[in-house]
Design a protein around this ligand. Structure first.
Ligand code: HEM
Length: 405
């Protein structure tokens, strides 16, 4: 059984496996909810087992000492060192304290209040796409829409002035490679971008302290919990960096993966445009069917049973969200795209204490973007070969050419 799981994992890292991991996930499901890859390594692919891992605080994120064992040069990279302070990588009680403080500023009301801005930005991007495609030329959806909308929305949320936003896109991209880096040049670029971004945030935070505005940054610097204290400067700048990178390419991939499905299913596109398929149901099924984030961050085990497998203390667990979303034990015909299915929700935003902070914002962006896109370009069609991203963690496209005329 171990050998099977190892072979499947190896196949998942090949170009073919990355292009279409789903047949390999189906093979993984035949092995059960979780399987041992070797001493100390466990892959978790069953829906219930993944949920259990994410919701049980006994499964912890690796501390620095554990990370240094597998990657001794880790500490030399400021991007990785500082990402260790992201709430994504913290355990309780630090996680609970910092996330609690962030939640006081990142409220449902603040997200909902962004809707008019998201609508305006969507329409501006659609106008630009219409101009570019007016003569019948293909328009590159990922660049011209799917990257620009989420990064602009996060800048609006945080309160980054419009004049500074242009410089944010490459910085955000460079730092986001820490989720999925394939070589050390990428990591060095992420290091430089981290230093630049944190210096920028420090300056902007000082301005907002002196003169608060109605934005997330002003709310975050203004927070003074009775018992929880404040966010330290480092906690603030590092977690602002997390918000930018966690909220950017993930949502980009939701938009790209969703459009790819619409491009190849005219009836579905019509149903989403007319509202016969509610856009919320469509977006949830895109999240399940082709999750923008395929792997959750790894967790360290304690001695317990997980989906019939014995877990030893110190085991590294790899929860494969994209596989859990296609678990035949949970979903009937899991490889069928069915926005009207009324089964379990997708695992794509994680679960438990680390459940995605930005889930409501991502859903709002999708709910605004898809109907407007389809209304503006009812005949939108593929216009060339799409190019997939090559990482294992984030699943989506680098290039998705469309004809909008
Ligand atoms: C479709 C879009 C998105 C997807 C699929 C997604 C997915 C996820 C997942 C799977 C996790 C948990 C990872 C784990 O437990 O290992 C997570 C956490 C997080 N997400 Fe998202 N995300 C999306 C959009 C956003 C947005 C828009 C923001 C912010 C503006 C955001 C901010 C965060 C933060 C801060 C965390 C860490 C939460 C914690 O550890 O307590 N995400 N996201």
């Amino acid at each position: 059984m171990t050998t099977d799981a190892v072979h499947i994992l190896q196949a998942l890292t090949t170009p073919e496996g990355k292009a279409d991991p789903y047949p390999l996930y189906a093979e993984l499901h035949d092995l059960g909810e979780a399987a041992r890859l070797g001493p100390g390594q466990v892959i978790v692919m069953g829906y219930d087992a993944i949920n259990a891992v994410l919701r049980d605080p006994g499964f912890r994120h690796a501390d620095l000492a554990t990370i240094a064992l597998v990657f001794p040069d880790w500490g030399e990279h400021v991007s990785l060192r500082h990402s260790a302070d992201w709430i994504l990588n913290l355990n309780e009680p630090e996680h609970t304290r910092i996330r609690g403080l962030i939640a006081k500023a990142f409220t449902a009301r603040r997200v909902a209040s962004l809707q008019p801005a998201i609508e305006r930005m969507t329409d501006e991007l659609l106008d630009a796409m219409a101009d570019r495609g007016a003569d019948g030329s293909p328009v590159e959806f990922m660049h011209d829409f799917a990257y620009l909308l989420p990064v602009t929305v996060i800048c609006e949320l945080i309160g980054i002035p419009e004049s500074d936003r242009e410089t944010f896109r490459p910085i955000a991209r460079a730092i986001a490679t820490v989720f999925d880096f394939e070589d050390f040049d990428q990591l060095r670029a992420a290091d430089e971008a981290t230093v630049e971004l944190e210096a920028y945030y420090t300056g902007l935070a000082a301005q907002r302290r002196a003169k608060p505005r109605d934005d997330l940054l002003s709310a975050l610097v203004g927070i003074a919990g009775e018992q929880d204290g404040r966010l330290s400067d480092a906690e603030l700048t590092r977690n602002l960096t997390l918000l930018l990178v966690a909220g950017f390419e993930t949502t980009t991939n939701l938009l790209g993966n969703g459009l790819q499905l619409l491009l190849h299913d005219q009836a579905l596109a019509t149903a989403v445009r007319t509202g016969d398929v509610p856009v919320g149901s469509f977006a949830e099924e895109v999240l399940r069917f082709d999750s923008p984030v395929q792997l959750a961050t790894s967790r360290i085990g304690y001695e317990t049973e997980l989906g019939g497998l014995h877990i030893d203390a110190g085991d590294h667990l790899m929860p494969v969200l994209g596989a859990g979303n296609r678990d035949p034990r949970k979903f009937t015909a899991p490889d069928k795209f069915d926005p009207m299915r009324a089964e379990a929700g997708p695992l794509s935003f994680g679960g438990g204490a680390h459940f995605c902070v930005g889930a409501a914002l991502a859903r709002l962006e999708a709910a605004v973007a898809f109907p407007r896109l389809l209304a503006r370009f009812p005949a939108i069609a593929p216009a060339g070969e799409p190019v997939r991203r090559t990482g294992l963690v984030l699943r989506g496209f680098d290039i998705l050419p469309v004809a909008v005329g």
